[in-house]
Design a binder for this molecule. Structure first.
Ligand code: APR
Ligand code: ZN
Length: 224
């Protein structure tokens, strides 16, 4: 059985990392468009660096939870492609052998001038220089609103081949990830949503498991 799993912020919530769409519509006291767009970085790179430095520190201090570990077990038992929208590394630290980070990674830096990527220092600022071209245009290697997610060709191929597609801890508000369930359905996969509540694309799934990820994911993995 081929399984494609998509995860979102909800899987890391019980590790203490906040999800994006809090009830006040703010993300760590910032509007998304003030910190997570290319325009925000162009306007106030120092603010964007401070914001991601804080998120990088929070992710480094967080520990993988039972849901991350269960998915690592699943990957050892079955033919699994694990795709995450998360920029933390909790899947890897939970033991997952291979993870597609479609929205990039906090622990990587990207040179906006030449495209070079390297392991991010713990703290980046406007003086951080690219080790390749020397330009001071270092940014976090994360995909912002208005930018193209990574590895979409590979992900589409996996959705075509999947017998089972699972979305875990994602609100279904951000495309193209929110559209993966429809693609998987078209290619005849069984689709299951594991989430705290119904997502914006819930009706596209044939099966729903509702609850906190650390409670529902291990049981679901054991049932496969
Ligand atoms: N267990 C399972 N699900 C949970 C838990 C939990 N403990 N806590 C919250 N959730 C659910 C919420 O109900 C919500 O549906 O996780 C989902 C989180 O949704 P978002 O905060 O919108 O996160 P996500 O879907 O990953 O966001 C997608 O948007 O901001 C951009 O690029 C960013 O990758 C991110 C993308
Ligand atoms: Zn460079």
């Amino acid at each position: 059985m081929r399984i494609t799993v998509l995860t979102g912020a909800g899987i890391s919530a019980e590790s203490g990392l906040r999800t994006f769409r809090a009830e006040d519509g703010l993300w760590e006291e910032h509007r998304l468009e003030d910190v997570a767009t290319p325009e925000a970085y162009a306007r106030d790179p120092a603010l964007v660096h401070r914001f991601y430095n804080a998120r990088r520190a929070a992710a480094a201090a967080a520990q993988p939870n039972a849901a991350h570990r269960a998915l690592a077990d699943l990957a050892r038992k079955h033919d699994v492609t694990l795709v995450t929208q998360n920029v933390d590394d909790l899947h890897e630290r939970g033991g997952a052998p291979y993870v597609i980070h479609m929205h990039g990674r906090l622990n990587r830096a990207l040179c906006a001038a030449c495209g070079h990527r390297w392991p991010s220092p713990a703290v980046m600022d406007v003086t951080t220089a690219c080790p390749d071209c020397g330009s001071r245009s270092a940014r976090p290697d994360v995909v912002w609103f208005g930018e193209m997610p990574y590895d979409l060709d590979d992900i589409t191929e996996e959705l075509e081949r999947a017998d089972l597609f699972a979305a875990i801890g994602t609100s279904g508000n951000v495309y193209p990830a929110a559209g993966f369930v429809r693609m998987a359905r078209q290619f005849r996969a069984h689709c299951v949503e594991l989430n705290l509540d119904r997502s914006a694309v819930s009706s596209d799934f044939q099966e729903h498991l509702t609850g906190p990820a650390t409670e529902i994911v291990p049981g679901w993995v054991a049932s496969l």
